[in-house]
Design a protein around this ligand. Sequence first.
Ligand SMILES: Cc1cc2nc3c(=O)[nH]c(=O)nc-3n(C[C@H](O)[C@H](O)[C@H](O)COP(=O)(O)O)c2cc1C
Length: 211
Amino acid sequence: MINTIDALNWRYATKQFDPTRTLTPEQEHVVLETFRFSPSSYGLEPSKCVVIKNPEIRKRLREEAGGQPQFTDSSLLMVLCSLRTMDEKYVQTYIERIAQVRQIPLESLDGFKKMMLGFIGRLSPEQLKQWMQHQTYLALGMVLATCAMNEIDACPMEGFDSKKFNEVLELHKYGVESTVLCAIGFRMPDDPASKSKKVRPSEEELVIHVD
Ligand SMILES: Cc1cc2nc3c(=O)[nH]c(=O)nc-3n(C[C@H](O)[C@H](O)[C@H](O)COP(=O)(O)O)c2cc1C
């Protein structure tokens, strides 16, 4: 495994992917498992991802996203999605899974269930949507970090029309909406963006120490 800081310096939002290079099945597995293992508030996991390899669909999506070449040239295009809504049935299914996996009685989870339902119930539909999207962004961060640590290139992307993507991918069928994208693959050695120095505020500017 490479040094963390070196990995963070090595990664960048890749603009030009090498269309001839694809992830190995193991690399793809690591990326998708990272998405699955991403933590979420209460563990409710309100995110799903759509992985698109089909060149025709990617071409269509590229047209809907200002022609960004990452759509067609990366090895994987991940559309990170959030649930359209979350109801009591969803929470109950989660509770049953905990009881089954941890081999504990359902009743012992009554308090936890009540707490989650109380939290969700206090949110407006818009706030609930936003909260679920926050969890999806967290998964994006995890995927970016995993890619960096495994010398896999990635580009996070918000520059797309979410409504259009929902339509093209018929995401309503899965009860989700597109939130953010991640193109994953391998950089072209001469991608000019790979030569750009990182621009970040200094640690002193970013970190507030309260001693
Ligand atoms: C949520 C998010 C959305 C982004 N959307 C795009 C995008 O649509 N297209 C693109 O080329 N880069 C996109 N970027 C890349 C950023 O411009 C880039 O991460 C930032 O400038 C820092 O540079 P670095 O990632 O190369 O270190 C996005 C980054 C994030 C985190």
